[in-house]
Write a new protein. Structure first.
Length: 256
């Protein structure tokens, strides 16, 4: 009995620890709100808007059996029926949510560059972007490929035509024939106060900036887009004629 009485405080401490951990987990779940999760198992959901030619986006099975979307664009194809007439094959989530300034978000997705992918040293291609609401101009945030390099750029505030922060990082050719996992933390602010943009590639942080404008002035209508967009491809010289890329599941959460 004396032995059992001695164990009572230890059991009580364990129960308190478990209760504290459970409360912490519940609080975390309450703070994180799931906004988007698509796995493409049933194709492209009807509420997801598609900007592409009729055969520019298709749902296929990857080599490991998971459902993915394949985005494809051709330089000489007719894009007159697609947004602004430019070569693109994108899905956008404007119907599901819009980025609110001052709120924090986490975006997770994956990409696969096929073996036949040809590097273009002259014209960049955007494969992930945050697009400002109804404002004209370059994307609020863009992740691109040009030649051997990836790049991320953001803009906003009083001078949205000027990049407020950005970075190039290597190496595209190393990722051909492989899945790449991406994660981005994003807190938009047109003044830079409280702003945050962080990007990870396969678990390694490749970009981080804070305190700089990363939203258009007064914009609380920006939305997420994934796929391929190659502006001015047909107007200027280029070293490739077609581009395709695969996109796996996409998850977006609001963290506060």
């Amino acid at each position: 009995m004396r032995y059992l009485r001695a164990l009572v405080p230890a059991f009580a401490a364990v129960l308190t620890l478990v209760a504290t951990q459970q409360a912490g987990s519940e609080e975390l779940l309450q703070k994180e709100k799931l906004l988007i999760h698509v796995d493409w198992n049933e194709g492209v959901p009807k509420e997801v808007e598609v900007e592409a030619r009729s055969n520019g986006l298709e749902t296929i099975k990857s080599s490991d059996g998971q459902s993915v979307i394949k985005a494809s664009i051709l330089r000489e194809a007719n894009y007159s029926g697609v947004a602004n007439g430019s070569p693109r094959a994108e899905v956008q989530f404007s119907n599901q949510f819009r980025f609110q300034q001052g709120s924090s978000y986490t975006v997770s997705w994956s990409t696969y560059i096929p073996l036949e992918f040809e590097l273009d040293e002259k014209k960049f291609i955007i494969f992930t972007q945050i697009h400002q609401g109804d404002r004209s101009g370059p994307p609020t945030l863009a992740i691109t490929i040009l030649g051997e390099n990836y790049a991320i750029s953001q803009r906003g505030g009083d001078t949205p035509l000027v990049i407020s922060a950005g970075k190039k990082f290597c190496c595209v050719s190393n990722d051909i024939g492989k899945w790449v996992n991406w994660k981005m933390n994003y807190t938009p602010s047109d003044s830079g106060t409280g702003s945050l943009t962080e990007l990870w590639k396969n678990g390694i942080k490749v970009f981080a900036t804070n305190g700089k404008p990363n939203a258009y002035k007064g914009d609380n209508e920006a939305y997420m887009k994934f796929g391929l967009y190659k502006p001015h491809w047909t107007d200027e010289s280029s070293t490739n004629e077609k581009v395709s890329m695969l996109f796996g599941p996409i998850t977006i959460t609001k963290n506060n």
